[in-house]
Structures are given as C-alpha cells and as structure tokens.
Design a protein around this ligand. Structure first.
Ligand code: B12
Length: 200
C-alpha cells in the first residue's frame, strides 16, 4: 500500500529471497490492490493513486514472474485467458495469470476487450484445457454469452472447461451464462482449475 513502482520492484526482489509460497505472495499483492480499489470507491483515493498502485503491482509481478515460474511443477494444463469484449479491467486478471503460471500452467493471455471469435480461435489453436474469462462490469453478460456461443459454433464447447471471475461478477451470473465454474480470488481460482483438470 506504500511506495511506488520502483519500490515495489525492489520489494519483489527481496521477496524472491524469502521462502514464501506463490499463493501467499500473490494473495498479498491482490489484497493490497483490492484495498486500493475500495478506497478509490469511497473517494479516499483518486484515479492517479489507483493507476500508480496498478503500476506498482505490475512492476512487482515482472520481478516475481520468473521466480514463481521456476518453482512450477510439471505442466498442469493449457489455459487461455482474457478480459471479455467491452471491458478493460486487467489488474486482477494479471494477478491470476501470474498465479496460474506459478502453478505450472501454460498460459496464453489475450489481454483486454477480447472478442468471442478471438477466444474461440485461440482455444482451438492451442487445444486449451481451460478458458478463463475475466469480466468486471455487469454489462459484460452478453460478451460472456457470446463466448459460449462462439465455442459451440466452433465445436469446442465440450473440449474446454470455462471459468469466469472478476469484480462485480458472481456465481449466479456464471450459472446464467453457462460457464462451468466461478472463482473469486487467487486461491479459489487455483483450486477450481485443479479440480476441473481432474485433480483434488
Ligand atoms: C481499478 C478499477 C478501474 C480502472 C481499471 C484499471 C485496470 N487497468 O484494470 C479504470 C479506472 C480504468 C476503470 C474503469 C471503469 N470501471 Co472500474 N473499477 C476499478 C476498481 C476500483 C478496482 C478493480 C481492481 O483492480 N481491483 C483489484 C484487483 C486485485 O481485484 P479484482 O479485480 O477483484 O481481481 C480479483 C478477483 O476478482 C479475481 N479475478 C479477477 N479476474 C479474474 C478472472 C478470472 C477468470 C477469475 C477466475 C478470477 C478473477 O481474482 C483477482 C485477484 O484476487 C473496481 C471496484 C472494486 N473495488 O473492485 C471498479 C469497477 C470494477 N469498475 C466499474 C466500472 C463501472 C467502471 C467503468 C464503466 C467506469 C466508468 N463509468 O467509466 C469503467 C469501465 C471501462 C471499461 N469499458 O471496462 C464497476 C463495475 C460495476 C458493475 N456492476 O458493472 C466497479 C465494480 C466499481 C463500482 N462499484 O461501480 N475501473
């Protein structure tokens, strides 16, 4: 919660020297950013503070990513992830990407404002086991439905498990749009993915 991107990168370097689990490092980063988001919503922070915090999270992730990746087990599965069309939120998604890479997944991150056709094409191209859809605004319901339709049209719906998550998203919305599972944070995302991959 304190400092800037340079300090975050330095701290990332120090953390790599400590014997902490990837889950706990990423959950801590995530909790700090969620607190920033909450303060922004109550008017205590403004856009500059929030964007500076997002830059700090990015800087920390850049330092931590290779270190977390080194700890990976054998490949856990192939994941395609992105924020759905009409939505540009990516801070939480980027944390999830790092957590999945640290968990041994091969991750294809398509970025933000991704069309249904692009999701379906990538799933087919890389033969993904899991498709993770990030959706932050409730107005993205149609985009989620479009992705499911595009998978069906491409004959891929039975070959890939779909998980959704993100602020303002809920298990109810996930059920309504027909994804296989919802996850609300780093820990539950890893648990849900493991379960869908047939692990315990
Ligand atoms: C930061 C922020 C922004 C930034 C985004 C910067 C960026 N690069 O991402 C900016 C200022 C650009 C922005 C813009 C807008 N925003 Co905004 N934003 C937020 C805010 C304050 C914080 C989000 C955040 O980063 N949190 C920190 C991260 C770490 O937490 P997280 O996102 O929840 O992620 C965790 C979990 O959700 C989960 N997760 C995340 N992604 C995924 C994906 C998968 C697949 C899974 C399984 C799990 C998962 O794991 C993460 C780690 O624990 C939230 C409010 C809030 N408190 O959440 C509003 C919020 C999401 N925004 C909102 C809105 C409305 C908008 C705008 C439409 C505002 C406007 N009127 O212009 C625009 C949208 C533009 C667009 N087309 O997308 C609303 C959505 C409400 C709704 N019901 O639709 C919210 C909830 C604020 C509110 N209460 O009104 N926003």
């Amino acid at each position: 919660m304190e400092g800037d991107a340079d300090q975050a990168a330095r701290l990332g370097g120090e953390i790599t020297a400590a014997d902490l689990s990837a889950d706990s490092i990423l959950s801590t980063l995530s909790a700090a950013m969620e607190e920033v988001g909450a303060r922004y919503e109550t008017g205590e922070y403004f856009i500059p503070e929030m964007l500076r915090s997002a830059a700090a999270v990015e800087a920390a992730l850049q330092v931590l990513d290779p270190f977390l990746f080194e700890r990976r087990a054998d490949q856990a599965g192939v994941v395609v992830i992105g924020t759905v069309r009409g939505d540009v939120h990516n801070i939480g998604k980027n944390i999830i990407v790092s957590a999945l890479r640290a968990g041994g997944y091969k991750v294809y991150d398509l970025g933000v404002n991704v069309s249904a056709a692009k999701f379906a094409a990538k799933v087919g191209e890389v033969d993904a086991d899991l498709l993770l859809l990030s959706a932050f605004t409730t107005s993205t319901k149609q985009s989620l439905l479009d992705v499911i339709s595009a998978l069906e049209a491409a004959g891929l719906r039975d070959r890939v498990k779909v998980v959704s998550g993100g602020a303002a998203h809920s298990p109810e919305l996930a059920r309504e749009v027909g994804v296989d599972a919802f996850a609300g944070d780093v820990k539950s995302t890893l648990a849900v993915c493991r379960e869908l991959m047939g692990g315990s």
